[in-house]
Each structure stands twice: as C-alpha cells, then as structure tokens.
Design a protein around this ligand. Structure first.
Ligand code: ADP
Ligand code: MG
Length: 368
C-alpha cells in the first residue's frame, strides 16, 4: 500500500491534535496514546534519514513511515515494553497512528510520535568529537559514554525480556549461519580494488570466526533494538544525558525478520562495532591524529561498554541473556554487512570495515 499520510502540510499538526483529543483523525485510522500535549507548527528534520520526520511545535517528532508493510512493524511492541518497564532513556513516546489497509482491512503502522529533544546531537557527531578531544588530552565523554551506554543497553534488554524470552531453534541457527555466509559471499563479490584484495586474503579467518554460530541452538532470544549503533544515541548538551531512538529494526531486513526475537548479542555487537567505527572515522578524518591512541581508546571503550552491560544484566539476574559465543561471529558478520552497505549506499564508507576487520580478527584470535 502506498503511504498517503504525512505528505501534506498540516498532517503532523493534525496527528498531534488527534492524540490530544484521544480520537483518530479519520474513520479508517486508529491511534495509540501514551502521552500528549498541545503543540503546533511543522518543521522538517532534514538530516540523512530513512523516513520523513517532522517536528511539531518544537515539542514532538512525527515520523511518517515511508515503507509500511502489512506484515507489521517492530516499534509498537518495543515502545510499549519500554513504557511498561518505566524505561526513560529515550524520547518519551507520545503515540502511534495506524491506517486500515484497503485490501486486507488490517491496521498498518503509519506514524510514530515521540517527544522532541532540542539541542541534541547523534553519536556520529558527539562521539567523534569526544574521541578527538580525548586523544588531544582534553576532558570529554569518551570514557564515560561507553560506561553509561552499556548500562542503558542492558536496562533496555531487561525491559524487552520481561515480555518474553524464547530459545533459538535448529532451523533459526541454520538460517543465521546461511545469512552470515551469504553476507560474506556478497562482500567478497562486491568489493573490488585494494580493499577487495585485502578482504579476500581474510576470507578463511572470517569463516573460522563465523563458525561458533552453528553451536548456538537453544541460545536465549528476546526482542531487541535491531539496529543499535552509536548514531541511534542522542545526547543533550549539559548535563549530558543519553536517549536511544529508532525502534524500526534493521532497515535492510523484511518486516517479518525485524519483528523476530534475536540474541541480545546482536545489539551488543552493533554497539561494539560502532565504537570501533567511531575510532576509524576519527583516524581517517583528523589530520595529524595519534592513531595508536585512538586504537587504544577503541579497545578500552569496547571493554567498558561490555563490562557495564554485563554488570547491569547481572543486577537484573539475567546475565544468561548475553551469549558471549555469538559476539565474535556477529561482529565479523557486521563488518561484512558494512562492506555491502558501502557499495549500495555510501561508497566512501568502505575504508571503515577495511580498517576494522583485520584488527577485529587479530583481537578474536588472541587468547584472552
Ligand atoms: P530514520 O529511521 O528515518 O533514520 P530516526 O528515528 O533514526 O529516523 O531519526 C533520524 C534523525 O532525526 C536522528 O538521527 C536525529 O538527528 C533526529 N531525531 C530523531 N528523533 C529525535 C528526537 N526525538 N529529538 C530530536 N531529534 C531527533
Ligand atoms: Mg535512523
């Protein structure tokens, strides 16, 4: 179904007014309301994004989904679980708009409304600035951010786990292995030039790192964020506070896949990989930077994230949710996906996995 909502001026204002009134704007629509207050006046968010987000009265963000799918959407259940658990490290959810599909008659998610957080930056900005400052010897959040994000990520997972924990079947594990292998095959096929040569030289080591996946039948599965990386964390200036956004799941996967429960290690690997990538961006884009100091920060940041993540899970008596055997394989798979992503969407990005992957394999192959 072609989305017809959100394209006209006034649609976002009207939706916020509908949340306040507690009544859907049209007969073929339904709303969910968690919170609402009067706000009006539309302004588009213009940064690089997958959907179309409109700020209303500087109070709310209406995200119009540009690819709605009759199979469903992961965000409503994720947001409900976080609201129920009293999780506050996110922009406060206001509500949802569903539209009736004209063919199937089923309700389909059309828009997500959340609190607007003014004066925030996303992690691709604040973390890069933090690390630049850190290696210059200046005060920054470079060491405190991974600690806080580890804690909050675990709290998010504990909230998700309260809605249910499944275990991976043999068929699911078989599919993870097949997907990881095809991600590698795709990267090998698509990456040419010097990066391609370096990648091909690593293929045997990559395959070996993916092998532990096969042994993970029975590993716990929960609802996850599904697309967790440093860019999904907004930070307010002072005092700095972190908020996680975007519960749409991995935009490269089908709606059905995005709604499936996954190992907590999927989000953890997403965060660990992106901490590494922040470092690669700093090294690549900062003339005269001390690359060894940045590499040292990557290792410390990842260790601190993991340590506080594990600690918080343990406090919730749920340490078992993180299956450590999956981390190395998911990290390696993530780098293969970064290569593929660079070819499809962001050509200059390929330097990032090109630098991250050999360092990652070295680390995984070093006995602890
Ligand atoms: P998309 O799925 O289209 O990428 P996101 O939900 O990730 O949309 O949001 C895109 C960008 O919009 C974010 O990177 C951030 O800069 C901004 N943004 C999103 N939500 C908020 C919010 N609640 N407050 C302030 N800025 C936001
Ligand atoms: Mg996003």
């Amino acid at each position: 179904m072609k989305p017809v909502r959100g394209v006209n001026p006034g649609d976002a204002d009207q939706l916020v007014a509908a949340l306040v009134a507690g009544r859907a704007p049209n007969l073929d629509e339904a709303i969910t309301v968690w919170y609402a207050e009067p706000a009006a006046g539309e302004r588009e968010i213009t940064v690089d994004q997958t959907n179309r987000s409109v700020v209303v009265g500087e109070r709310a963000v209406v995200k119009w989904l540009l690819h709605t799918d009759p199979a469903g959407h992961p965000a409503p259940a994720r947001l409900q679980a976080l609201v129920d658990a009293g999780f506050t490290a996110m922009p406060r959810p206001w509500g949802l708009l569903h539209q009736r599909n004209t063919q199937s008659g089923a309700l389909q998610l059309t828009a997500i409304v959340t609190e607007y957080l003014p004066g925030t930056q996303d992690g691709w900005e604040w973390a890069v600035e933090d690390v630049r400052a850190h290696v210059r010897g200046a005060e920054s959040g470079a060491l405190s951010a991974p600690i806080e994000l580890g804690v909050i990520t675990a709290q998010m997972h504990l909230a998700f786990a309260r809605t249910g924990v499944d275990t991976a079947t043999a068929a699911q594990v078989h599919e993870w292995c097949a997907t990881a292998e095809s991600d590698l095959a795709e990267a090998l096929e698509l990456i040419d030039g010097a990066e391609g040569q370096r990648l091909r030289a690593l293929a045997t080591r990559i395959e070996k790192a993916l092998r532990p996946l096969a042994g993970c039948v029975g590993t716990p599965l929960i609802d996850v964020h599904g697309d967790l990386h440093i860019g999904q964390w907004l930070r307010t200036a002072k005092p700095s506070a972190y908020s996680v956004i975007d519960f749409d799941g991995n935009p490269l996967q089908s709606a059905l896949k995005r709604m499936q429960r996954q190992p907590a290690a999927r989000d953890v690997a997403g965060m660990l990989a992106s901490l590494d990538h922040v470092g690669r961006v700093v090294i690549y884009r900062t003339p005269g930077v001390d690359a060894a100091a940045v590499a040292a920060w990557i290792a410390v940041a990842q260790e601190m994230f993991l340590m506080t993540y594990r600690g918080e899970l343990s406090k919730g008596r749920a340490a078992y949710l993180l299956d450590e055997r999956l981390l190395g394989a998911f990290l390696v798979q993530q780098e293969c996906r970064e290569f593929v992503y660079s070819v499809r969407h962001l050509p200059h990005w390929r330097y990032v996995p090109d630098a991250a992957l050999p360092a990652l394999l070295d680390r995984l192959e070093t006995p602890a």
